[in-house]
Design a protein around this ligand. Sequence first.
Ligand SMILES: NC(=O)c1ccc[n+]([C@@H]2O[C@H](COP(=O)([O-])OP(=O)(O)OC[C@H]3O[C@@H](n4cnc5c(N)ncnc54)[C@H](OP(=O)(O)O)[C@@H]3O)[C@@H](O)[C@H]2O)c1
Length: 181
Amino acid sequence: MKTVYYTASSLDGFIATEADDLSWLLRFSAEDPTYERFIARVGAVAMGKNTYLWLLNHHRATKGHAPFEWMYEQPSWVFSSTELERPVTGDLRFVRGDVRPVREEMAREAGGKDLWVLGGGDLVGQFHDHGLLDEVIVTFAPVTLGSGKPLLPRRITDPPFELVSVERFGPFAQITYRVRS
Ligand SMILES: NC(=O)c1ccc[n+]([C@@H]2O[C@H](COP(=O)([O-])OP(=O)(O)OC[C@H]3O[C@@H](n4cnc5c(N)ncnc54)[C@H](OP(=O)(O)O)[C@@H]3O)[C@@H](O)[C@H]2O)c1
């Protein structure tokens, strides 16, 4: 069982603009052929508040007043220090603070499958701070943003990541790295 950060990024290392805009990414119509393969290995999902709010706001923008149904079959944990609106479906838990007990709970409920930390970058960094990040899969989009929400705001140089694979689809390059301890 691995803890994996699977995300898309601009070439200059941002996963969203400062205002949590993802239109720079969504404008590319190319489907990610690796997603189905990836999600099939995932048994639990974690994310930070702004990622959750993006999903909620995206639902509202695209589906109007339709009930907010959770999009992941896997049990999901949202890190937030404030109360947030719940979806009407899905196994969703709001948590705060130390990632270690949450990671243990995720591992217990993932049925031996991998744990996906969607982001943001600092939440992934909190997992790495405790030696709890195993793999980073980044799909690079052919744009730069200049500023925004950082991919992984930590200095991780020693040991460096180990390159596992490089794939291309449409305008994207997907790079998989193993985190070495
Ligand atoms: N490009 C992609 O594929 C991709 C993938 C994932 C996400 N995204 C986007 O990237 C952006 C990420 O936003 P972000 O960098 O601000 O990160 P985020 O992790 O989504 O949200 C950060 C917030 O989460 C809460 N949080 C984080 N760790 C916590 C902890 N241990 N305990 C309690 N609360 C905690 C804090 O909110 P409070 O303390 O205020 O409650 C913090 O300000 C979003 O726009 C998202 O949609 C893009």
